[in-house]
Design a protein around this ligand. Structure first.
Ligand code: GDP
Ligand code: GDP
Length: 456
């Protein structure tokens, strides 16, 4: 249910992002190439031998300044440690053990969290010379590795696998109650929002322990319907600790979101959308969560009607990849329209679980294909045979074609827009994959070829 967070920590240049890429490269499939979403990606969902986790490259959080490296790293490491469940501490076998490594390792030990000590860039015998040095850290096990070339990699990953909690059984993943994550940058009003709900009489029925140590979820009841609010205790209690280091809100968002069906992304309406908000929404989008943009602090916004138009336009523009997101304006402070969020929530949950009958789907599909000729692929026609919905949460479709490589992103987008027009999916991402239709099927089924084929 809850995915543990694994952070790669270490000095700049030890190879953190190289290791990160190697870990996710093995099984991370980028679903779509959305501009803006994958840029400076330093967190990802990963899996090793059936165990899923969220991987964070803390190097991605290094501010690009000329600040003294140590203090930045210290801050960074502290934060990473605070958020992570497991830590891979990476050092540099080419450089040997440096004072900064010793300092970091002391902090890590003080945290009490499980740490894997790894020495990178051990690609050849000449780099092994430094290894004994690292045992001065007082550790039992050291993992020499080459993030670049792969030596020692599977040993490292097997160790991580050993530490990670057992994968939950299938059944547990299917939570009966809808799960909602309240996320957003520091200070947008997350805890105020949660508190405003608690103030209501119909609020929190009970608390249920999340599977990660520190997460406590709450059950919220609204007009007889129940929702699990993910990590409410965390939202209410923390905040002070790492405010100021905004980028960490992404990590937090990621953590909460991994267990949710729908993300309520709070945005400070008085401030407008920031890059960090974009990133958080991008994350929800990539993870296939339902998305509701909650414009909070609406009480501070003058000329509300005008403002709502302006800001929803801004939402559609800045968050183009998630232009399906639902938008609600509230004030956590005055409690205005706070419960309105739950009406929206019901809709989004339903849309994310929607199944479209195949016949209906293909009626729409054939129409859209014939209306707008797909682009050629290496001077050959890309044929779209039919579409089928293979999943929900979020709705996922496969379109069968002759050349999957020839399916252009923009055409997928075109298909998506048409499916949305026909079937909605308001507030939910939609996934569309192109698959090659096997020749054998083609022959056996003897589907008539599309008439229009020659007429372009
Ligand atoms: P980060 O700053 O910790 O994220 O480090 P990077 O992943 O950006 O790597 C820093 C440099 O070390 C790059 O030039 C990498 O090519 C190099 N590097 C990373 N891993 C290895 C390795 O296993 N062996 C060698 N020889 N070089 C590596
Ligand atoms: P969090 O860090 O996202 O949990 O944000 P908080 O709930 O701690 O709120 C940050 C600040 O914004 C606090 O001073 C709140 O009183 C204020 N705030 C939160 N919601 C609203 C709102 O709807 N209107 C106004 N005017 N202020 C708000």
């Amino acid at each position: 249910m809850s995915k543990p967070v694994v952070a790669i920590v270490g000095r700049p240049n030890v190879g953190k992002s190289t290791l990160f890429n190697r870990i996710i490269g093995r099984n991370f499939a980028i679903v779509e190439d959305t501009p803006g979403v994958t840029r400076d990606r330093n967190y990802a969902e990963a899996e090793w031998d059936g165990k899923k986790f969220l991987l964070v490259d803390t190097g991605g959080f290094e501010p690009v300044t000329e600040d003294p490296m140590y203090s930045k790293m210290r801050e960074q490491t502290t934060l990473a440690v605070e958020e992570a469940d497991f830590i891979v501490f990476l050092m540099d076998g080419k450089q040997g053990l440096l004072p900064a490594d010793i300092e970091v390792s002391q902090r890590l030990r003080a945290s009490g969290k499980p740490v894997i000590y790894a020495v990178n860039k051990v690609d050849g015998e000449k780099h092994e010379g430094f290894l004994p040095d690292f045992y001065r850290l007082g550790i039992d096990t050291l993992f020499p590795v080459s993030a670049q070339h792969g030596q020692g990699f599977s040993e490292l990953m097997d160790e991580l696998h050993r530490l990670l909690p057992k994968a939950p059984p299938e059944a547990e993943e299917k939570a009966e109650l809808p799960r909602v994550a309240i996320i957003g940058r520091p200070n947008v009003g997350k805890s105020s929002f949660v508190n405003s709900l608690i103030g209501e009489d119909r609020m929190i029925v009970s608390s249920v322990a999340g599977t990660t140590r520190d997460a406590v979820d709450s059950v919220y009841q609204y007009y007889g319907k129940k929702y699990v609010l993910v990590d409410t205790a965390g939202i209410r209690s923390r905040g002070k600790i790492s405010q100021g280091v905004e980028k960490y809100s992404v990590m937090r968002a990621m953590k909460g979101m991994s267990r949710a069906d729908v993300a309520l992304v709070l945005i400070d309406a008085a401030e407008g959308i920031t890059e960090q908000d974009e990133r958080i929404v991008g994350l929800a989008h990539e993870e296939g969560k339902g998305i509701i943009i909650v414009l909070n602090k609406w009480d501070l916004v003058p000329d509300k009607e005008q403002a709502f138009k302006r800001i929803t336009t801004e939402v559609r523009q800045r968050l183009k990849f998630a232009d399906y997101a639902a938008v609600v304006a509230i004030s956590a402070l005055t409690k205005q329209r706070v419960t309105k969020v739950f009406d929206e929530l019901d809709k989004v949950i339903a849309e994310r679980e929607k199944r479209v009958p195949t016949a209906e789907l293909n009626r729409v599909f054939e129409k859209l294909i014939s209306r707008h000729e797909p682009p050629l692929y290496r001077a050959r026609r890309v044929k779209y045979y039919y579409a089928t919905q293979v999943g929900i949460k979020p709705p996922t479709f496969v379109v069968f074609v002759n050349f999957p490589d020839g399916v252009h992103f923009s055409y997928i987008r075109y298909i998506e827009n048409n499916l949305r027009e026909a079937f909605g999916f308001h507030g939910s991402p939609v996934r569309i994959f192109a698959k090659k239709r096997r020749e054998a099927n083609e022959a056996r089924e003897g589907k008539p070829r599309r008439r229009k084929e020659r007429g372009s």
